[in-house]
Ligand binder design. Structure first.
Ligand code: PLP
Length: 258
């Protein structure tokens, strides 16, 4: 009688192998976008996905890149620099800066990003333009608008968008692409929709003076369908792709250390 050999131990899965989960979530987010586009009667390619990888490791960026997701968003300059350095081999990777930008931290963004979504004052735009390497095409820019007069300080007031847009268009290192907003998370769905609609109207009004803009950067994990229904051409999605972010660490003064 033959003694059966013990079954081969399966190849060990590394504990951080999140590829299957990431692949499922990417498929799900792509489906949400395409269904929202179809429901709005818009073309299948009318809205791009930017994967917001802030706080998540480079391994996750690589995994999604391998699945064909090439645009990534980061909020913090330090983290952007680390990830840029660790992904030099990914030739089609496109970095989008989507965080608040201080004027003393513009250089790495000007040198390494393809897009900045959070330009809300001329001083930042001037620095980005001056620091954009001449060997690179102009940096794509969205103006962040404080569309619902939120408590948040980020974003320029709606009435200041037109003059800022004209000034940005005069800067050789930048290419104005459109507008961006982050509605307050506490808003009701109908109010969020109204904020997105207001941003879309502002972009239309701006076309009279600034010429047509092709980008509305609006919509995140929780409200991307609403944003697509209101005309988003680019959604910025983090949680729905990568999972829950760890809460930001606080320093002794109770401020976020990021
Ligand atoms: C973090 C962040 C996102 C992604 O938010 P999720 O709710 O995780 O999808 C999008 N836009 C900006 C500006 C962000 O800071």
């Amino acid at each position: 009688m033959l003694v059966s050999t013990p079954p081969e131990t399966p190849p060990e899965t590394p504990p951080d192998d999140k590829l299957p989960a990431l692949a499922l979530r990417l498929e799900d987010v792509r489906l949400r976008i395409s269904q929202a586009l179809a429901a709005a009667g818009r073309g299948v390619d009318a809205c791009r996905l930017v994967a917001v990888s802030k706080t998540f490791p480079v391994a996750d960026v690589r995994a999604l890149y391998g699945l064909g997701q090439h645009a990534f968003g980061e909020n913090y300059v330090q983290e952007l620099q680390e990830k840029v350095a660790a992904t030099q081999d990914l030739r089609q990777l496109e970095w989008h800066f989507i965080g608040p930008l201080q004027s003393n931290k513009t250089r790495p963004v000007a040198e390494h990003c393809h897009w900045v979504h959070t330009v809300d004052r001329l001083r930042i735009a001037e620095r980005l333009s001056a620091q954009r390497p001449g060997t690179l095409p102009p940096l794509n820019v969205c103006l962040q608008v404080n569309i619902s007069a939120e408590a948040s300080k980020s974003g320029c007031a709606p009435q200041d968008v037109a003059p800022l847009a004209r000034a940005v268009q005069a800067l050789p290192g930048l290419r104005l692409r459109g507008l961006m907003c982050i509605p307050e998370p506490s808003l009701l769905p109908a109010q969020t929709a109204e904020s997105f609609r207001a941003l879309a109207r502002l972009a239309v009004a701006l076309a009279d003076t600034a010429g047509p803009l092709d980008t509305l950067s609006m919509g995140m994990s929780a409200d991307l369908e609403t944003a697509v229904a209101e005309g988003a051409t680019l959604v910025r999605v983090g949680t729905a792709l990568f999972g829950q972010r760890p809460p930001p660490a606080l320093n002794s003064a109770g401020e976020s250390t990021r």
